[in-house]
Design a protein around this ligand. Structure first.
Ligand code: SF4
Length: 397
């Protein structure tokens, strides 16, 4: 039996169609057969050659010795009352490979988002594998096991970085997520906002982005794929250059000045706000697109009106929308969610100072810990970090 070609040995689900074609040439198989296998994996979530029923028997026999399989598997699914599904993903190749999470988030009936604007720009159908469906699901996926960035409010950062995910492991989360869709649902948006800093794993993430948007594969619109970063400036430039600004960009800002941001997000010491904002201003945004600014509100840390005013000054003239995210407290951490009144007051200051969109992100799947890093963290050891508190108004956390 032919051995699996080197190009496919480590990460077949992360291989481009042309790499499949080259690998098939080594076993004297024609290019269209290589593309057939690529499509089985990327449009039907099937990696086992025995299940590729329209592939020739001789080809399936050859592929049987290659041990093709999904590089990831579903370990646990927890469903919330609002139909948000939080999925724990494991990696069969090694028990030491760790776990990550992915979350399927259906839209709320009155969801306040850019949907109409995106619809107008859309060329690609939603991903169902077979048909266009009406109920658009957003899938949040992970890019690393753990995270090296160490943001003090984040469950994923608590345990540090364990390893980068391969491109196939990143893509497989969407392939597996698709198998959990309800009747009439389709994955319409993919956001890299789960565990990990995507731009710290740039090469694998870039490959995954090309696969997710590949016309022969899932064919997601690149504008519906969002990379969320804590602010790695050289990689933001690289992403903008390589994808010509077509990939949507979200930035976790969380503080309006260097002093506070460096204390809650250590990455700011390396890439302070001046450098980060300059990178955002030169990001080659696609037509009518905006950068998403994520701002997690932490009680008595960054949720005061003076922070909102400083944020307005920082973001002046940037094409953007702001998502305010009331903090979801993590186990064993001393800081707290902001009060509802403080969140509304913060939003009010921003709305009065800009004509750009300022949303409050609604908590989804609350009862299943559907926040960044929390499911995969179950069982992991949480560590307490010192978080700076300000003011006496709410008595500290
Ligand atoms: S917020 Fe993002 S970058 Fe920061 S530790 Fe968590 S996963 Fe990493």
């Amino acid at each position: 039996m032919p051995q699996i070609p080197f190009a496919l040995r480590d990460d077949p689900v992360g291989a481009y169609p042309e790499e499949w074609v080259a690998a098939f040439a080594e076993i004297h198989e024609r290019p269209f057969r290589a593309k057939q296998v690529f499509r089985w994996i990327h449009t039907r979530s099937v990696a086992d050659p025995a299940r590729m029923t329209d592939a020739a028997k001789t080809l399936r026999d050859k592929l049987a010795s290659w041990s093709l399989a999904m590089p990831a598997e579903i370990r646990e699914v927890r469903r919330a009352a609002d139909d948000t599904r939080k999925v724990l993903i494991g990696f069969p190749k090694s028990p030491a490979a760790g776990t990550v999470e992915t979350v399927l988030i259906p839209p709320l009936p009155d969801e306040d988002d850019d949907e109409a604007e995106l619809e107008a720009d859309d060329e690609a159908p939603a991903v169902t594998g077979l048909r266009v469906a009406a109920r658009r699901v957003t899938q949040c996926i992970s890019s690393q096991v753990g995270c090296a960035m160490g943001c003090v409010f984040c469950a994923s950062g608590v345990a540090g970085l364990k390893r980068h995910l391969s491109a196939g492991e990143i893509v497989a989360q969407v392939l597996l997520g698709r198998t959990l869709l309800d009747e009439g649902e389709a994955i319409r948006n993919v956001v890299l906002m789960g565990m990990g800093e995507p731009l710290h794993n740039y090469d694998n993430v870039a490959r995954a982005l090309r696969l997710l948007t590949h016309a022969d594969g899932m064919n997601l619109s690149s504008r519906r794929v969002t990379v969320s970063t804590s602010g790695l400036v050289p990689e933001i430039d690289r992403l903008g250059e390589e994808f010509k600004g077509e990939i949507a960009l979200a930035v976790s800002l969380h503080a309006p000045d260097d002093e506070l941001r460096s204390r809650i997000m250590p990455v700011n010491k390396k890439y302070p706000l001046g450098e980060l904002m300059a990178a955002l201003r030169r990001y080659p945004l696609a037509r009518r697109r905006r950068i998403t600014i994520e701002y997690t509100l932490i009680r008595n840390v960054n949720d005061r009106p003076e922070h909102a005013r400083a944020l307005l000054r920082l973001l002046r003239n940037l094409p953007m929308k702001v998502n305010l995210i009331p903090m979801n407290p993590i186990e064993a951490a001393p800081w707290q969610a902001p009060t509802r009144d403080d969140v509304l007051a913060f939003q009010d200051v921003l709305r009065k100072g800009t004509d750009q969109a300022v949303f409050i992100r609604r908590t989804r799947g609350d009862e299943i810990d559907a926040a960044c890093g929390q499911l995969a963290l179950h069982g992991a050891k949480a560590v307490k970090r010192k978080l700076p508190m300000i003011g006496e108004r709410h008595g500290g956390a």
